[in-house]
Design a protein around this ligand. Structure first.
Ligand code: UTP
Length: 297
């Protein structure tokens, strides 16, 4: 019987250099889409997938993230006194059960693989999810929930995958396909950021994973061996060689790369348009500004 996935790692120790100077003093994950920080979208998705333990891999300067999930007694009591029950209700989504969140430090930004490895003692011998909060996915059924359902069928290791244009394959980990079964793809290899023309397919790995402890063991060996960035993709690729149970999952939904400025702006517009109270005004504005831009060209 497959063990349930109840733990998720949120690697948030990166430097976020693409958003400097903003990320000089605020963590990238606190940047907001409309009125919610990126981390809130990630937590909501994890909860919907049945995650009970939330493990953040943080670094220096990420204090705002820890505060975000704390109770705010002064703010709460002033809202209560003012009878602002709607705002109190909104604040509730930031409440976490005592003991449900753990913070681990990654002392140096040695790469995503290393960040995941830093959480190994809190994972133990169980399958676990990894969520990169800067990949935000708009979906009817939240992406991780779709993956947990797929995991119930396949077991093993599952990485979220999406088709990208040939000229973009060099920005992603790319799957080498063994058998394409539709939404589930059996994988025979993975290549991190292949040079253009060398990509084994156009299926790119994005920031959602369900992994087995085998991957942590593989990271253990890389930890002792490699210098520089330690890639999660390499550790998963090694598991393909030994256990062979690695699958891609074509999720249903739209992914926004909120680690890049263009992706963040697109997500802001898409999530704002999905809010009935903002939609009409924003549509009018977008129509006007697009017309002005076209006229000026
Ligand atoms: P990115 O590649 O987006 O790097 O990391 P970054 O540092 O966040 O941003 P840029 O490129 O400098 O603008 C992908 C994910 O992996 C985490 C990041 O926090 C992000 O969620 N990460 C990356 C770590 O936790 N530790 C690392 O050493 C590297």
């Amino acid at each position: 019987m497959k063990k349930k996935v109840t733990k998720a790692i949120f690697p948030v120790a990166g430097l976020g250099t693409r958003f400097l100077p903003a990320t000089k003093s605020i963590p990238k994950e606190i940047m907001t889409l409309v009125d919610r920080p990126l981390i809130q979208y990630a937590i909501d998705e994890a909860r919907a997938a049945g995650i009970k333990e939330f493990i953040f891999v943080t670094s220096r300067g990420k204090g705002a993230l820890e505060d975000y999930f704390d109770h705010a007694p002064i703010l709460e009591s002033s809202l209560r006194k003012a009878g602002k029950t709607d705002l109190l209700e909104i604040l509730k989504m930031t409440n976490m059960e005592s003991g449900a969140i753990a913070y681990i430090r990654q002392h140096r930004a040695l790469g995503l693989g290393h960040a995941v490895w830093c959480a190994r003692r809190l994972i133990g011998d169980e399958p676990f999810a990894v969520i990169l909060p800067d990949d935000v996915i708009a979906a009817e059924t939240p992406c991780l929930q779709q993956m947990v359902e797929a995991y119930a069928e396949t077991g093993g290791n599952i990485v979220a995958a999406m088709e990208v244009p040939a000229e973009k394959t060099s920005s992603y980990g790319i799957l080498d396909i063994k058998e394409d079964m539709g939404s589930i793809i059996s994988v025979k290899g993975m290549v991190e950021k292949p040079a253009m023309g060398d990509a084994p397919s156009n299926l790119a790995v994005i920031g959602r994973y369900i992994l087995t402890p085998d991957v942590l063991e593989s990271l253990n060996r890389m930890k002792t061996g490699a210098a520089g960035e330690i890639q999660l993709t390499d550790a998963i690729a090694e598991v393909i060689g030994t256990a062979g149970n690695v699958y891609g999952y074509r999720f249903r939904g739209q992914r926004f790369d909120c680690g890049s400025k263009a992706g963040f702006l697109q997500a802001t517009v898409a999530f704002a348009l999905a809010r009935p109270e903002l939609r009409d005004e924003l549509m009018d504005f977008l129509g006007d500004i697009t017309a002005q831009q076209k006229a000026a060209q």
